[in-house]
Design a protein around this ligand. Structure first.
Ligand code: SF4
Length: 305
């Protein structure tokens, strides 16, 4: 890739790419598919520059018009990558081929009302992501169903009293705090964004109760833009077990930065759902099912578990 081809995008990017899947009144209501809108691209750097640039890229970026459509063969290999990661990834894809994990049926792509307007759908995506932290997918989906039955929009949430909102989202994790955050965020969305959600990671993480994982997933699902790898506890745990980070990482954010150093960008969108489902079904937090795992012979952590 031409070095000049990558540029930062920290402002609203609604008019770009097929991120418009949830845009425009006459468009289809289907959720975005993996890789639908991401402009692919990567830049080559020396070790120090590369490290600094990776932090900046963590906000969001996209390739220039001339580079869209270029494949990974144009990308320069990273200076470090984990041993056997391609085989491990293929094995996980095989184990996940049934697409029957909770995240496959109940993740953020499935929680919004497909008949709602694009703006409302984007709001519902963000809300489901806010509800989902520290919460099982089934519980999040139930809360979203109850909210949607009341007509889930920025206005309806702002008109709802806190105790009603709390009763509707209970028992999601930290529901009391989430009532407060949802109200505050909805107020900001109405005042600053005309009831829509912002289209940049920087603006999304500035909203109360919205973290980096939610922001990257919102960018992917609501806007169709791959802004970074969405790392939750499953991705964080599995990346460390497989030694997909150069050294052990202490937080999901550290893991995200470590993965973005070497994982080809065309896999950034896929990796979240793939590893979350793998973590729900096989590589469990406690007592992972190593005996049934195709990666057993390739997994550095298998022996110690
Ligand atoms: S072998 Fe065990 S620890 Fe390693 S990836 Fe598979 S389930 Fe996880």
């Amino acid at each position: 890739m031409n070095a000049a081809g990558v540029r930062m995008v920290v402002t609203r990017a609604r008019s770009r790419g097929t991120g418009a899947s949830l845009q425009g009144g006459g468009e289809k209501a289907a959720p975005l598919r993996s890789g639908e809108a991401a402009a692919e691209g990567r830049k080559s750097y020396g070790p120090m520059k590369r490290q600094r640039k990776a932090r900046r890229l963590s906000v969001a970026y996209e390739a220039s018009e001339g580079e869209k459509g270029e494949g990974p063969e144009h990308l320069q290999a990273p200076s470090w990558e984990p041993q056997d990661w391609r085989q491990q990834l293929d094995n996980i894809r095989t184990m996940r081929s049934g697409k029957d994990a909770p995240v496959d049926q109940l993740g953020a792509e499935h929680c919004f009302d497909p008949s709602a307007s694009p703006k409302v759908r984007r709001y519902q995506v963000l809300l489901s992501l806010m509800l989902s932290s520290q919460t099982k997918d089934q519980v999040t989906a139930g809360a979203m169903q109850r909210l949607r039955a009341r007509g889930l929009t920025v206005d309806s949430i702002l008109q709802m009293d806190d105790s009603t909102l709390g009763a509707l989202i209970y028992p999601v994790g930290f529901w009391r705090s989430k009532v407060k955050y949802i109200k505050q965020t909805s107020e900001i969305l109405q005042q600053r964004y005309g009831g829509d959600i912002p289209a940049s990671v920087a603006e999304l993480v500035a909203l109360p109760g919205v973290g980096p994982k939610m922001a990257h997933l919102a960018m992917a699902v609501a806007w169709g833009t791959v802004s970074g790898i969405a790392v939750d506890t499953h991705v964080h745990r599995i990346a460390n077990r497989l030694r997909w980070t150069k050294k052990a990482t202490r937080s999901p954010e550290d893991t995200r930065r470590a993965l973005e150093e070497w994982l080809p960008r065309e896999l950034w969108r896929e990796i979240n759902g793939l590893l979350v489902g793998f973590g729900q079904q096989t590589c469990l937090p406690v007592h992972p099912r190593c005996q049934a795992c195709l990666n057993r012979a390739l997994c550095p952590a298998a022996r110690g578990l």
